[in-house]
Ligand binder design. Structure first.
Ligand SMILES: Nc1nc2c(ncn2[C@@H]2O[C@H](COP(=O)(O)OP(=O)(O)O)[C@@H](O)[C@H]2O)c(=O)[nH]1
Ligand SMILES: [Mg+2]
Length: 259
């Protein structure tokens, strides 16, 4: 008897989750945007690309427009000014959800996230509602990070895992694939977080809503061109918000077990 397939939609047994769009936020990524879009188009030719540019002073938006002009699978969302990674993603999600995309992918422009890892992440989405590209599961790795940055990421993730009580090893990472239904099920209007905290916020909401969150190992490579927008403020925000969420969920739990 043939093994029952839970996902009979496609010949290889995967569920057909619909059209994929890879959302790439950019702020001063003129040295990276062409390469990353090209790599996505080669690694996942069926996927569309949406660049979300915050009016980068270095002309990234114009370069993205040229890519879009040459390839109908590439589109650009221009925003008036820099409002942070979280706001750029929320605008990108709204854009994609207003169209009939079935899978929404988050990916950095700076080459840290390898487009070549995307097919594996999309395969994993057949049995998940949210796939997290993970540096901190077996098989995952980070290339070219100084020791302080490694410690910050590992320490931050360990702290979030303990405080929030979720078994996710890399909750701050920004390489992810969402099913459309997952994003529709989250309270995106309530997401005020920026930077790393934006990523923690979405994953933590997904877990609390009962969505299946699965980690897939990725290789993260530190950027070569351009500069990081990470700041002390972004790390600080993650720390205080995560602590607040953890305390709130624990006090809710305690109240529930007292009454
Ligand atoms: N549109 C937009 N993109 C941003 C903003 N801040 C960061 N990004 C993009 O988000 C991605 C990750 O940012 P990056 O500076 O590499 O952060 P790091 O990887 O944590 O050092 C990159 O593609 C950035 O260009 C922003 O305010 N607006
Ligand atoms: Mg980066």
């Amino acid at each position: 008897m043939p093994a029952p397939s839970s996902h009979p939609d496609l010949p290889d047994g995967r569920a057909d989750l619909g059209q994929v769009v890879v959302i790439i936020p950019t702020y001063n990524e003129a040295g990276n945007v062409e390469e990353i879009v090209g790599r996505v188009r080669s690694a996942a030719p069926a996927a569309d690309v949406l660049v979300v540019d915050d009016n980068s002073p270095d002309g990234t938006g114009k370069l993205a427009d040229a890519l879009a002009g040459a390839d109908p699978a590439v589109q650009v969302l221009h925003r008036a000014g820099k409002e942070g990674l979280g706001a750029a993603y929320l605008a990108g999600f709204a854009w994609a959800l207003a169209r009939d995309y079935g899978v929404l992918v988050e990916m950095d422009a700076d080459g840290s996230h390898q487009p070549e890892d995307l097919p594996r992440m999309l395969t994993a989405l057949a049995d998940a509602d949210l796939v997290l590209g993970s540096r901190w599961v077996p098989g995952g790795s980070v290339v070219n990070w100084p020791k302080q940055r490694l410690l910050l990421s590992r320490g931050g993730n360990t702290y979030a895992r303990m405080v929030l009580g979720v078994p996710i090893k890399d909750i701050t990472g920004g390489y992810r694939a969402f099913r459309r239904g997952t994003l529709l099920g989250l309270d995106l209007d309530d997401v005020a977080s920026q930077g790393y905290c934006f990523q923690v916020d979405l994953a933590w909401q997904a877990v609390r809503h009962g969505f299946r969150v699965v980690e897939v190992p990725i290789t993260f490579v530190e950027r070569v061109n351009g500069t990081s927008k990470m700041s002390r403020g972004i790390v600080g925000e993650a720390l205080w918000r995560v602590t607040g969420w953890g305390l709130r969920s624990r006090s809710q739990w305690l109240r529930g077990h007292r009454g």
